[in-house]
Design a protein around this ligand. Structure first.
Ligand SMILES: [Zn+2]
Ligand SMILES: [Zn+2]
Length: 391
């Protein structure tokens, strides 16, 4: 029987787990109940469970045979601080917490693969089931890496997936190389000299300097980044002053930058610093930049991209796998794991029908119909990569 049919046999149960996790969402590094549930299920399948890797992170290890080959499969477990707008009976029971990014579904798909693989045992090698906490900007991947994830659980290749609203269930999309943007946050502090609003000649106006800096920063993407590279520089906050008749001492600009390579990110940071300091100096003020690159760009290994796309094509047919998907400006912290171990990150269709709702929206819900596709893809990656020799 094809893997997906074997997994469909317990689709109802998986849907029940998914909805249970959906009803009990937990923020990053607080995934206590969720990780208890994951650990309990893995242990129930007879899989070795390791907890406390990146605080609430879990790794399940399943070793069959003697091959030294090892593969890592990763899902995320955290929710978002959003008030859920849905009214179905499994809506969030935790006020102000919501699984609005589908990590409840990702966790369930990996559990489904674990259950299938622990029972069928049709491979030779080691699978590491990596359940990561705190994907939504709190550094869960880094926390697992800092706790020795790949030292303790070495992997030859790692794979992950994210649901994609607007893409039909049963379809996948991916691109080799850089696929998702790296992200940085920045603060520019501008210092002038306070004065009476009616006597500007006696001070140095940081508001005027900040305005020119905000405008000049827009030249980085248009004049410094190569047109074939993609980058975003957005100033999203300007703060200064409290009174109508006071020129303040200080102003602050804040915002975000997104790029698809570390080299571009360095270029953006360097130009931002030169512009901020240079423009401020031109007005007699001073400026300092604090630039924090929080997510690296997500870069898919070309060979592993082909491998996961071929595996997906085996499940759903080549017509349902887009191997040249567009760039995604959002960031994803699985990128940090992909910097250490080659692998690939694929998008799985969450449905393109009516009511299809973007992630991070209060009306979003993971589509349970996608579960067997994701679970079967994870399982087949293992069976193909760790195929029995001569067996
Ligand atoms: Zn998200
Ligand atoms: Zn997500």
């Amino acid at each position: 029987m094809p893997v997906i049919e074997e997994i469909r046999a317990f689709h109802d149960e998986l849907t029940g787990w998914r909805r249970d996790i959906h009803a009990h969402p937990e923020l990053g590094f607080e995934e206590q109940r969720t990780s208890d549930l994951v650990a309990e299920r893995l242990a129930g399948f007879g899989i070795e469970v390791h907890r406390g890797i990146g605080k609430t992170g879990i790794v399940g290890r399943l070793r069959i045979g003697n091959s030294p080959r090892a593969i890592g499969l990763r899902a995320d477990m955290d929710c978002l601080p959003i008030i859920e707008a849905n009214s179905f009976d499994y809506r969030s029971q935790n006020q102000g917490r919501m699984h609005a990014c589908g990590h409840d579904g990702h966790t369930t798909m990996l559990l489904g693969a674990a259950r299938y693989l622990a029972r069928t045992r049709n491979f030779d090698g080691t699978v590491h089931f990596i359940f990561q906490p705190a994907e939504e900007g709190l550094g869960g991947a880094d926390a697992m890496l800092a706790d020795g994830l790949f030292d303790e659980f070495p992997c030859d290749a790692i794979f992950g997936m994210h649901n994609r609203p607007g893409l039909a269930v049963g379809k996948f999309q991916i691109r080799p190389g850089a696929m998702m943007a790296g992200g940085a946050f920045f603060d520019i502090a501008i210092t002038g000299r306070g004065a009476h609003g009616a006597r500007p000649e006696s001070g140095v106006d940081p508001v005027l300097a900040a305005s020119h800096i905000a405008a000049a920063l827009q030249s980085i993407v248009s004049r410094n980044v190569r047109p074939v590279d993609t980058a975003v520089v957005s100033v999203t906050q300007i703060h200064a002053g409290d009174a109508y008749n006071v020129i303040p001492e200080r102003a602050v600009l804040r915002g975000t930058a997104r790029c698809f390579s570390k080299a571009t990110m360095r270029l953006v940071e360097d130009r931002m610093r030169q512009i901020a300091e240079g423009v401020a100096a031109g007005f007699g003020a001073s400026a300092s930049l604090d630039f924090r690159a929080t997510f690296p760009p997500l870069v898919n290994d070309p060979d592993e991209t082909r491998f996961i796309a071929d595996t997906a094509a085996e499940l759903v047919g080549d017509d349902n796998v887009n191997r040249q998907a567009g760039f995604v400006m959002a960031s994803e912290d699985f990128a940090a794991m992909l910097e250490r171990v080659p692998g690939a990150y694929i998008q799985i269709g969450n449905g393109d029908g009516e009511g299809g709702c973007e992630v991070h929206n209060p009306g979003y819900d993971f589509n349970d119909a996608a579960i067997p596709y994701g679970a079967a893809l994870f399982a087949r990656l293992v069976e193909r990569r760790l195929a029995r020799m001569g067996g």
